[in-house]
Each structure stands twice: as structure tokens, then as C-alpha cells.
Design a protein around this ligand. Sequence first.
Ligand code: NAP
Length: 213
Amino acid sequence: MKALVIGATGGIGSALARLLASKVESLWVSGRNQEKLAALAKELNANSVVADLSEETQVANMLSQVGELDLLIYAAGAVAKVNVRQMDLSEWRKVVDANLTGAFFVLKHACFNKGARAVFIGVYPELVRVNGLSAYAVSKLGLETLLNVARREMRSEGVNLILVRLPEVATNLWSVFGVVPRRALSPEEAAQKILDNLFVEPCPEVIEIARAK
Ligand SMILES: NC(=O)c1ccc[n+]([C@@H]2O[C@H](COP(=O)([O-])OP(=O)(O)OC[C@H]3O[C@@H](n4cnc5c(N)ncnc54)[C@H](OP(=O)(O)O)[C@@H]3O)[C@@H](O)[C@H]2O)c1
């Protein structure tokens, strides 16, 4: 099995890559931070490819380098906590690019083997209806809609598009809030729960990971 983790330099992406390393024959990891990515690839004996998801040519080059995939995990994302009336366009774009436009580029350019699984990390809509999170909420709900349409369009290709709804997970994403919720899952717990629910039959369209008790 050949797998690619996009956003592998992040909290959840790196935990997923570490779990997958011993389970797949060929592991590719991708991120923007070259130093972090190189260290992770060395640790896991994985192939690495740097790509900025806001640039279509970089995404297309990454995916043509990786080739046909059995598993793709899109674990990249960004957040801003800025009210609509204060938000700069550049801040809006940074969030929407990481959560939504990058996923569109990936769906457009990825090559999949029959029966492949492509996993995208989403949210519980009710948890992101929060002041300052407009760009994050819009892009995550847009991601969900993108997957619903692309799933129908790509059915004949035999690829399974899967949305994972995650509750709070203790990663750097929370740095804009200055505090991580007490009940947050660790990235390792979240990654294990995702994989536990991923390789079941029939393949799920949505995986919902429950909040910690
Ligand atoms: N943490 C939570 O509570 C939570 C809850 C629900 C859903 N999620 C979702 O889970 C996913 C992973 O989040 P996380 O918590 O692991 O966050 P994180 O630790 O901040 O990681 C974010 C990742 O996204 C990458 N990234 C951001 N913008 C990029 C761009 N333009 N091009 C390429 N890579 C880019 C970062 O790469 P570099 O570091 O290399 O720049 C990093 O690998 C996100 O989609 C997030 O929305 C998280």
C-alpha cells in the first residue's frame, strides 16, 4: 500500500504518519516546513515532498512525484481568530487556502488506485460557530460540500472520499486561542481513532470521532 500524508508537519498529521509508517509499504509525507519535514521523513524512513497547498502547480508537482495512491490523508489546515470586520483578505485567504482550496487542488490532481481511500479532516459544525472563526467555519463546511459533490463525480474511479469529524485535539492550531481545551484529545489518540475507523468495510463516507469524556 502506498500512502501520502499531507500536513505531516502538523500535530495530527505527524501522529498519523508515525502510526502508518509500520503499516504501509511506501509512505510519503508532505508539508511546508522543510526542516520539520526532513526530520520526520528521516525518523520514519519515508519519502518527503515539500508543497505549499495554496499553489496549484506545487500541489500538482507533488502528486505527480508521488504517483498512484492507495491512501491519501489531507491533514493540513489553518485557523485565524479575527472578527469579520477586522479580518484582512490575506488572513482570510491563508485559512481558506489551507482548509479548502488545497483540498480542491488535491482532488483535481491526485491519482488513485481502485479502492483507494482519501481522507480529509473536518469539524463538528456546532463546535466552530464561534466569534472570530468565520474563515475557518466557512472553509471547513465548504470542504464537506466539496467532498459530497466530488464523491458523486468520482464514483466511477473507485476512490472513496472520507470526511473525518474531529473534536478538540491538543495541537498548535490552538495557539491563536492561547489555551488548549482541557478535554482535548492528544494527537496520538486522535490519529489512532481515525485509523481504527478507516479500514472497515463497507468504507465509511464520514467518520465521527467522539469528544473525550
Ligand atoms: N486541533 C484540533 O482541535 C482540530 C479539530 C478539528 C479538526 N482539525 C483539523 O485537523 C487538521 C490538522 O490540524 P492540526 O491540529 O494538526 O494543526 P497543526 O498542528 O497546526 O498542523 C497544520 C498543518 O497544516 C499545514 N499547512 C497549513 N497551511 C499550509 C499550506 N498553505 N500549505 C501546506 N501545508 C500547510 C502545516 O504545515 P507547516 O507546519 O509545514 O507549514 C501543518 O502541517 C486541520 O485540517 C484542522 O483544521 C483540528
